[in-house]
Design a protein around this ligand. Structure first.
Ligand SMILES: Nc1ncnc2c1ncn2[C@@H]1O[C@H](COP(=O)(O)OP(=O)(O)OP(=O)(O)O)[C@@H](O)[C@H]1O
Length: 299
């Protein structure tokens, strides 16, 4: 069964169509990312799927249930990362998460465990107003997860985090997903989408342009591979004569061979003992975005 089924979803703000006829399905246990630049419509889409915003058209079904109007049967089963501004005022971090926990009948010990899991134990007694942006973000994520929901929604969960906290959160989300939870997040970070997601929906101007695994999106580009050979290892003429090499030219890091048959070319390089220091570069999600929109990706 699908965890999420979105059909023809549309949201307009005056003249602007923020979400334009989006159809998307997310399977149980999948980790799906909605990737797009600022203003692509990711938040609006997510809020409609969460049942927080009313669509102008289309349908949303989450865990087999309608989400609008507010569906109380869904609340215990889904976790929604709220913006830091939605915290209860003047509570400490511990009181905040314990309050969320108690709403779902979850005990204080588990709430404290979640503070630990997001690295906030030493901030447990700080008021939420006194947390840094990254700390508040981690607290909001812990509050969304404290009742162990089967489906988790996160809106740009790592945007205010430093690199270490970002890695830690990636590990946390991956481990949740490994234990069967469905995770849907929005991000404008290509690397985040690439590392975490089973499938990525590339979104721009309210539309989902393509949905697939990061590897399949890149494969679909049909872009040639670039093999860089360490300087001095091989001459340009010799390299150009290797079957399958379309082009060989000196680059900053060595000789760059452009080929659509990287396996065969690497085989020849190995046979000639030229593999030391070789690197292979294929397309990236940035190339995918460029191919889909005709524009460079700017988060
Ligand atoms: N309440 C609103 N009223 C009017 N326009 C809105 C409203 N909310 C969003 N928009 C507009 O809809 C478009 C999509 O916004 P949305 O926040 O969904 O994009 P996003 O992809 O989440 O962007 P970001 O990465 O910056 O959060 C934007 O052009 C935005 O200005």
């Amino acid at each position: 069964m699908s965890a999420i089924q979105v059909t023809g979803l549309t949201k307009r703000y005056g003249e602007l169509t923020a979400v334009d006829d989006v159809t998307l399905s997310v399977g149980e246990g999948e980790f799906v990312g909605v990737l797009g630049p600022n203003g692509a419509g990711k938040t609006t889409l997510l809020e409609m799927v969460e049942g927080l915003r009313r669509p102008d058209g289309g349908q949303v079904e989450v865990l087999g249930e309608a989400v609008w109007p507010r569906n109380p049967r869904l609340q215990p089963r889904i976790g929604v990362q709220l913006q830091a501004s939605s915290f209860f005022e003047r509570l400490t971090a511990r009181e905040q998460i314990r309050t969320f926990a108690s709403l779902y009948g979850v005990g204080g010990a588990i709430a404290d465990e979640w503070l630990e899991r997001v690295g906030l134990t030493d901030k447990a007694d700080a008021r939420v107003e006194d947390l840094s942006g990254g700390q508040a973000q981690r607290l909001s994520i812990a509050c969304a997860l404290v009742h162990d929901p089967e489906l988790v929604f996160l809106d740009e969960p790592t945007s205010a985090l430093d690199p270490q906290a970002r890695r830690n959160l990636w590990d946390l989300l991956s481990s949740l997903n490994d234990t069967g939870r469905t995770v849907v997040l929005t991000t404008h970070y290509m690397d985040e989408a690439e590392v975490l997601c089973d499938r990525v929906a590339v979104m721009d101007h309210g539309r989902i342009l393509q949905v697939d695994s990061p590897a399949a999106l890149v494969r679909g580009l049909d872009a040639p591979a670039r093999i860089t050979v360490a300087p001095g290892s091989l001459g340009a003429e010799e390299a150009a004569a290797i079957p399958g090499v379309a082009e060989a030219s000196e680059g900053v890091d060595g000789l760059v061979l452009v080929t659509r048959e990287p396996g065969a070319v690497l085989g020849v390089l190995a046979a000639g003992d030229h593999l030391a220091g070789v690197s292979v570069q294929t397309g990236t999600l940035e190339d995918v975005f460029l191919a889909l929109t005709g524009r460079e990706y700017r988060a």
